[in-house]
Ligand binder design. Structure first.
Ligand code: NAI
Length: 304
């Protein structure tokens, strides 16, 4: 298989001053991409700012012979997100790849979670992904080329105690990308999702040190790089990656049942059919809500 290259491509990686984002930035740059290393440089729970985080990674890339510029702006504000994308345009003339990766945690049980904990997590993950994507999208559309990789989480997909804010934001990103996928399709803009598992300062709060040590961000970076590459031929998909494990995950809908709308559809009639309603056997993914709606409506007898 020929080597995947990013020569001539410009990538913006948010939250690339450490952890997973750093691994993505280093890998893309090592394969020829010009990279904007964005990082606000705050703490894992979103306090403070420090330009050193992004600068150190830029220095690493340059020391290895690559091209990179730093960006210290926050993703969580529309004007500063625009500045992140503008940094790519000013330094390298365009943006081909956007990796929405910046993130923080404010874990608390629902009863103890303050509004600020909720809003801050929503604003970095959900708003940040929205703002950066919205700023990059017109440039990608103009160039008829774009690769957007956004970051969800097992918490969004499957749920986790004490992460209601984070789970909501992460699954919100999945819904958002499902729409960007539709809007980008005719401009060769692909929008996919990674669900990583890696030992970083973020997971050091919940994983034992020997696991953190073993779960290298480098094990996640290759699939993110594929999703960011010219070779990528999928959109709207979600990939799990960590510890050498790679798998696609999806929302699957069972075939269900069609009760006769002309008859009384009672609670009991629904309950009687629960085994069929609940079964995922013969289930499928839908590529759009239109497709799913067509299936639902296929059973309707419409008046001429
Ligand atoms: P990390 O804390 O090492 O990296 C996140 C980076 O984002 C930090 O360098 C931080 O300074 C930066 N950042 C935070 N707020 C920012 C803002 N407003 N603007 C710009 N940069 C900002 O954590 P990690 O683990 O590398 O996380 C990367 C992404 O992967 C996050 O979105 C996280 O939620 C997600 N994730 C990570 C998992 C893991 O196992 N490490 C699991 C599931 C999801």
């Amino acid at each position: 298989m020929s080597e995947v290259r990013f020569d001539g491509r410009v990538a913006v990686v948010t939250g690339a001053g450490g952890g997973l984002g750093r691994a993505y930035a280093l890998l893309l740059a090592s394969r020829g991409a010009k990279v904007v290393v964005n990082d606000l440089g705050g703490s894992f729970d979103g306090v403070g700012a420090d330009t050193r985080a992004a600068q150190i990674v830029v220095d690493e890339i340059k020391a290895a012979g690559g091209e990179a510029v730093p960006s210290y702006d926050s993703v969580a504000d529309p004007e500063s997100a625009e500045k992140i994308i503008q940094t790519a345009v000013d330094a390298f003339g365009k943006v081909d790849i956007l990796i929405n990766n910046a993130g923080i945690l404010r874990d608390k049980s629902l009863l103890k979670m303050s509004l600020e904990d909720y809003r801050l997590v929503m604003s970095v993950h959900m708003d940040g992904t929205f703002f950066c994507t919205k700023a990059a999208f017109p440039i990608m559309r103009e160039n008829n080329y774009g690769r957007i990789v956004s970051t969800a989480s097992g918490t969004g997909v499957y749920g986790n105690f004490g992460q209601a804010n984070y789970g909501a934001a992460k699954m919100g990103i999945v819904g958002f990308m499902g729409c960007v996928k539709q809007e980008g399709a005719k401009y060769n803009i692909l929008a996919n999702i990674v669900v990583p598992q890696a030992g970083t300062r973020m997971t050091a709060t919940v994983m034992p040190p020997n696991v953190v040590e073993k779960l290298k961000p480098d094990y996640v970076a290759p699939i993110v790089a594929w999703l960011a590459s010219e070779q990528c031929n999928v959109t709207g998909q979600l990939y799990m990656a960590g510890a050498g494990y790679f798998s696609r995950s999806a929302i699957v809908e069972g075939p269900g049942v069609f009760l006769d709308p002309d008859k009384d559809i009672s609670i009991e009639a629904v309950m009687e059919k629960l085994p069929q309603i609940q079964s995922l056997e013969g289930g499928r993914e839908y590529s759009s809500v239109t497709e799913q709606t067509m299936y639902v409506l296929s059973n309707l007898k419409l008046d001429e």
